[in-house]
Design a protein around this ligand. Structure first.
Ligand code: THU
Length: 130
């Protein structure tokens, strides 16, 4: 079973009654454990959370802190693209330039990396004088 299969499985649990756009995300941590997350919307729309954020929260709760690989899937015409906030959240825990696989439900797959998704990212080095 690939990481995209894990993302596809957890997508079924997405709570997306407002957008109707279900997303699933899976993370393989540096320790090899797989963590998954789906989007969880709220009637107060800004309170909704993305699938990637859910997977990261599960990883941290599970005691892992380094991401080795990410997969995201949605029923979109082209591979779903993580939002800006999720790119920053993934970068926070990325163990190097990790592979990110983006996929559609009908089998279109795009392989990219965190660095390609978030060039010029703000990181802790900028705060080295603090
Ligand atoms: N969404 C995600 O969960 N991940 C993405 O990469 C893109 C967008 C969610 C947020 C919201 O629940 C729905 O998709 C529509 O924006």
């Amino acid at each position: 079973m690939s990481l995209i299969d894990d993302a596809r499985a957890v997508r079924e649990n997405a709570y997306a009654p407002y957008s109707k756009f279900k997303v699933g995300a899976a993370i393989r941590s540096a320790s090899g454990t797989i963590y998954t997350g789906c989007n969880v919307e709220n009637v107060a729309y800004p309170e909704g959370t993305c699938a990637e954020a859910g997977a990261i929260a599960a990883m941290i709760a599970g005691g892992d802190t380094r991401i080795a690989e990410v997969a995201v899937i949605a029923d979109s015409p082209k591979p779903v693209s993580p939002c800006g906030g999720c790119r920053q959240k993934i970068a926070e825990f990325a163990d190097g330039d990790v592979a990110v696989t983006l996929a559609t439900m009908d089998g279109i797959v795009q392989r990219t990396t965190v660095a390609d998704l978030l060039p010029g990212s703000f990181d802790a080095d900028y705060m080295s004088r603090v």
